[in-house]
Ligand binder design. Sequence first.
Ligand code: DX5
Ligand code: ZN
Length: 218
Amino acid sequence: MTRMIAPSLLAADFTNLEQDIEMVNASEADWLHLDIMDGVFVPNISFGLPVVRAVKKISQKPLDVHLMIIEPEKYLGAFRDAGADNLTVHLETCRHLHRTIEEIKELGMKAGVTLNPHTPVELLVEIITFIDLVLIMSVNPGFGGQKFIPTSMNKIRKTRSLIEKSGSPALIEVDGGIDLSNAAMLFEAGTDILVAGTTIFRSADPAGAIRALKHAGL
Ligand code: DX5
Ligand code: ZN
């Protein structure tokens, strides 16, 4: 099992992004997670393409872009051009999910599908062999600093078993409310990548927090 960490920039210091990105560059983090919110699909607005482009100039880690927007299919090329390496869309926002996934891959990015807490894993059955990444939301998307929803653990196990049964190469990423109290459990349940914002950027030692998450329970 892989053990990867993707710090979520949403909790970084927006008056000094360069400093926080350099911390991530020098750390054991694997990807940099960028949350794109439109104020329609989720009740919050974060940042958009110009910020992704600027971050790309200095990030040495692949950009893991999590789209929380309606009609994501309109912006796939724009996010690729801005520097996205992974592009993840919400299943709840895609009328033609298979087409959108194929377009993301044709554009040269890794394609992810994410599920809100209420969306059943079973809805992935017909798409799982086409995707590179499943992102399980362990909070309702829209805000950092929320409490982990414990039933997410079972969703991770179900996703792991679906991946094994189908022979899909997809990795499992989990996002929301992740800290040192649940990181080890999440890896044990079959998570490959942990996303964490608050736990990393609000820590007195962010690089140490990344290391601690990565090696939790070992
Ligand atoms: C929430 C975002 C998360 C968020 C996680 O909509 O998708 O990536 O930044 O923040 P924490 O780790 O603080 O729960
Ligand atoms: Zn996210």
